[in-house]
Ligand binder design. Sequence first.
Ligand code: NAP
Length: 319
Amino acid sequence: MRAIVINEPGGPDALQWTEVDDPIPGPDEVLLDVAATAVNRADVMQRQGHYPPPPGASPYPGLEASGRIAALGDGVTGWKVGDEVCALLSGGGYAQRVAVPAGQLLPVPHGVSLVDAAALPEVACTVWSNVFMIGQLRAGETFLVHGGGSGIGTMAIQLAHARGARVLCTVGSEEKAARCRELGADVAINYREEDFVEIAKPVDVILDNMGAKYLPRNVKALAVGGRLVVIGLQGGARGELDLGALLRKRAAVHATGLRARPLDEKASIVASVRENVWPLIESGDVRPIIDRRLPMSEAAQAHRVMEGSGHVGKILLED
Ligand SMILES: NC(=O)c1ccc[n+]([C@@H]2O[C@H](COP(=O)([O-])OP(=O)(O)OC[C@H]3O[C@@H](n4cnc5c(N)ncnc54)[C@H](OP(=O)(O)O)[C@@H]3O)[C@@H](O)[C@H]2O)c1
């Protein structure tokens, strides 16, 4: 098969479409013939050499994929060869074939094409696990997501809106603000022109991609009993936390990463996504938001688009 290989960390041209050995599915895994994968910020960091794959994961980038099951490893039940699925991966999606733990498979939702289903697993699992399982966002509460036009942001806005929250987001341009309002954001704040704290506070749940840079202002924006969930460190990892403010507000700060979580935790997140998010996709309340589709051999161009930040939603790579 072919896969995108990173021989030396570096710029987008480090991504090389190369002939490699096929993966072999282990016990409780399936082999997937990949139809498409999607680009995530983490793939850019992996390419740059800042985010090595966890032990045991494929060396190739790609945290999600869609495709058809080509073979079943020992012990797999509930799936058969030929099933059309999408999957959460710990790596290896930028390839023609990938081995996946069966607990990380999801059926392609009715109404979504096989290729477009590649846009769903990473954002659905990240948003569901952080905003709803950890953050416990409830109907009628206020929710703020930073980077509303990102892959994560476009899913978070739709899901929070569909579940009855008041939704605010930050964005870097008026075009992205308009797209986020179309997706269900009640308020889109241009962070280049306005202070999100003044507009958004008090906020019950914040999903943050910026880390240190926004930590003091996120804490200021939290309501009494508020929950801040940090999932990205685009603004640095080390910041100052005002524990006094947290104490007075009885508020909580969480920071989590999905990729390195143990298999059983990933499987339980995937099961909860299938139960709670899939029906909203099948009813049309939540859609995969796809900026563009490129051939997998053009992964370098896809990374340039992501780093330029002109995209809204997901960038897909098709085989
Ligand atoms: N922890 C986890 O398990 C996990 C899983 C998936 C993703 N993530 C994280 O989630 C974030 C989004 O991932 P993605 O793959 O969806 O990436 P993406 O589509 O490339 O989005 C990155 C976003 O950051 C926004 N941004 C840049 N500077 C900003 C600022 N000062 N304030 C607010 N937003 C700003 C950009 O929007 P503008 O152009 O509008 O500035 C862009 O939409 C990343 O930080 C990623 O690492 C974490």
